[in-house]
Design a protein around this ligand. Structure first.
Ligand code: CP3
Length: 348
């Protein structure tokens, strides 16, 4: 079976430049699409939706019917591994995810790795079904949360916080936190390796809570576990490109790229193209980073900023996958996504 190596997306992640950047958008499947809201209403809850391959396959494909995206991303969630570890994950309306806060590292190991993998097996079925449903050679992105970000959710029991508890663990109980991160590296290695065996053509590691960490702590919370995860995947025979997304890494981006072994890096909304071009190795592929809020507003400001981003990496000869700087919001306008896509397609 022909793989996705010849797609614009995979070639870009491997370092090639092209006329126009390949495009996909974080959270391209989801609530800004009325057809997603419609099928979402048929499931008991969000977890049930994620564990029902027919629904997850459909959610993945919906945005591709509307827009000529260059890649599909598996419909799932970075928190499924914590659900599988019995951390009491639930999604409450208006609150986002809630979990039972972790007391100690060993709590995570209450469920065996094989049981965890059993619980997430519907995700692998979704990947398999997607590979069968997508046109031959069309790239499918698999993903997971990075160990630090998953640890933040596990310890805080929720997201959107100042990360106070996990940071205090780092200062008062570093060994316990290291044990949490090490265990998450093991689970995430298995989770991602299985996605690739099921057919994923690239992997993305979401480190959504990498922002606002002192630099010496960033090294062992973000860089080190990511490096171990990438090493493990390579030792396990995984060869597909890996995109790391340390959201809010700021000036630590260069260390992250130099030390983790990822093949490409996702840039957040606040990243500065001139800084990226002067700090990252020549030709190192990047992905990003239009402000998702500019897709609510639409119009000239959206297209002008898209042009600025594309031009900055083109001028530097840097492979670039166009994307947002964070996930698209539920109130983004589908017609603005259409305008943006037409604009980029017209570049060649
Ligand atoms: O299209 C895609 O990108 C694929 C699917 C995807 C989802 N979540 C679906 C989802 C992906 C890649 C994610 C990643 C994810 N999930 C991240 C990393 C990216 C980021 O945003 O930083 C994080 C932190 C999560 C955790 C998570 N899942 C939160 C905080 C929420 C609640 C958000 C909210 O506003 O309610 C979710 C739920 C979620 N994951 C939804 C979707 C479409 C919405 C739930 C619903 O439809 O009811």
């Amino acid at each position: 079976m022909a793989g996705a190596e010849n797609s614009l997306f995979i070639k870009t992640l491997k370092g090639e430049r092209s006329h126009r950047p390949p495009v996909w958008l974080m959270r391209q499947a989801g609530r800004y699409l009325p057809e997603y809201r419609e099928i979402r209403a048929t499931a008991k809850d969000f977890l049930d939706f994620c564990y029902t391959p027919s629904l997850s396959v459909e959610a993945t494909l919906q945005p591709l019917r509307r827009y000529p995206f260059d890649a599909a991303i598996l419909f799932a969630d970075i928190l499924l591994v914590l659900d599988a570890m019995d951390r009491g994950l639930r999604f409450e309306a208006g609150e986002g995810p809630i979990l039972n806060p972790l007391d100690r590292a060993s709590d995570l190991e209450a469920v065996s790795l094989s049981k965890v993998m059993q619980r997430v097996s519907p995700v692998m079925e979704t990947v398999e079904r997607l590979k069968a449903a997508l046109p031959e050679g069309f790239p499918l992105i698999g993903f997971a949360g990075s160990p630090w970000t998953v640890a933040v959710y596990a310890i805080e029991g929720r997201g959107g916080t100042d990360k106070k508890n996990p940071k205090l663990w780092a200062y008062t109980r570093p060994d316990d936190l290291k044990a949490v991160l090490d265990y998450l590296v093991v689970v995430t290695t298995e989770y991602l390796k299985t996605q690739v065996e099921a057919g994923a053509d690239a992997l993305m590691l979401f480190d959504s809570w990498a922002e606002n960490l002192p630099d010496h702590v960033f090294d062992w919370l973000v860089i080190e576990p990511t490096r171990k995860l990438v090493d493990n995947l390579r030792s396990a025979g995984v060869t597909v490109p890996i995109i790391g997304f340390p959201r809010g890494a700021g000036a630590k981006l260069a260390d992250y790229v130099a030390q983790t072994g990822v093949n490409a890096v996702g840039l957040d909304t606040g990243q500065v193209p001139s800084f990226v071009n002067t700090s990252l190795p020549k030709g190192f592929p990047v992905q990003g980073h239009l402000d998702p809020l500019s897709v609510i507003a639409g119009g000239k400001q959206m297209l002008d900023r898209a042009d600025q981003i594309i031009e900055a990496y083109r001028a530097d000869g840097r492979p670039h996958v166009f994307n947002l700087g964070h996930g698209i919001t539920p109130d983004a306008k589908p017609e603005h996504v259409e305008t943006l896509m037409k604009h980029i397609q017209a570049m060649g």
